[in-house]
Design a protein around this ligand. Structure first.
Ligand code: ATP
Length: 239
């Protein structure tokens, strides 16, 4: 059994002539929060597309808990939950119905799904909104809901692509803290961001710039005593 929840080995991807990922490799140990830090255009969303199987990398490999994504796609994807950058909720049905529908897509019966949905909503302080139409929720509540939805099939690895974009500071920090806490339950997180205040010294870090991994490791080891914001800016400034 692999000690890594997610292993990415030598991935590349190009849109026509634009190389968006170049020989990307990194590992995330189980139960870690890993920040995928990179400025706009670094390749974060492209990497998410490859990790979720939306696009195929012509070379390289991804494995989830030791299962190769190319050979054991269904098995590997069963262990992944995803929150994409663009919301994908049905605005005209209730919070609960959105989540139950998603559970059904994972083959979970309504009877089994209902307690999971309520539990997930309660943990995200969303229990009181279970019956509301999504259209009536603010951006922060919709994001919480998407996180609850991504956890409904109890994945081991949760991928979130800039999940706090457009949210106010307080909501951003609250959601970031909640997702950090998921690691206490053994869930491994890959959190794409360009905002350094979402990252803790004990987190794992992958610094992506122009499609290449510049650094990877524990934040405190990689950055040392330097200020993370300053370090990030120094690493990604284009000469
Ligand atoms: N469909 C596409 N066609 C051509 N080029 C693309 C396409 N999507 C992304 N790119 C380019 O690939 C590179 C990586 O983009 P990507 O969206 O993966 O970066 P990102 O780090 O997620 O950026 P952002 O933070 O702005 O979302 C950028 O140069 C981008 O312009």
């Amino acid at each position: 059994m692999s000690k890594y929840a997610l292993s990415v080995c030598d991935l590349s991807y190009a849109y026509a002539t634009k190389n968006a990922l170049k020989n990307v490799s990194f590992d995330i140990p189980k139960g870690n929060f890993c920040a995928l830090l990179g400025p706009n255009g670094a390749g974060k969303s492209t990497l998410f597309s490859v990790l979720t199987g939306l696009v195929q990398s012509p070379d390289g490999a991804v494995s989830v808990l030791g299962h190769d994504l190319a050979s054991f796609g269904r098995l590997a994807r069963r262990d992944i939950g995803v929150v994409f950058q663009q919301p994908t909720l049905d605005l005209d049905v209730s919070v609960t119905e959105n989540l139950l529908y998603f559970a059904a897509l994972h083959g979970i019966s309504r009877r089994r799904a209902k307690p999971r949905v309520m539990d997930a909503l309660d943990r995200l302080s969303m229990g009181e909104r279970a019956g509301e139409k999504v259209r009536n929720l603010n951006g922060g509540h919709r994001r919480r809901m998407e996180i609850a939805r991504a956890l409904i099939h109890e994945p081991s690895v949760l991928l979130l692509d800039e999940p706090t974009v457009g949210l106010d500071h307080e909501t951003r920090i609250s959601i970031t803290q909640y997702v950090h806490q998921l690691c206490d339950d053994g869930i491994t997180i890959l959190w794409a961001t360009h905002l350094v205040d979402e990252i803790k010294p004990t987190d794992h870090l992958v610094l992506l710039h122009h499609g290449q991994v510049l650094e990877t490791g524990r934040v405190s080891d990689v950055v040392g005593t330097k200020d993370l914001a300053r370090w990030f800016s120094d690493q990604t400034v284009d000469a």
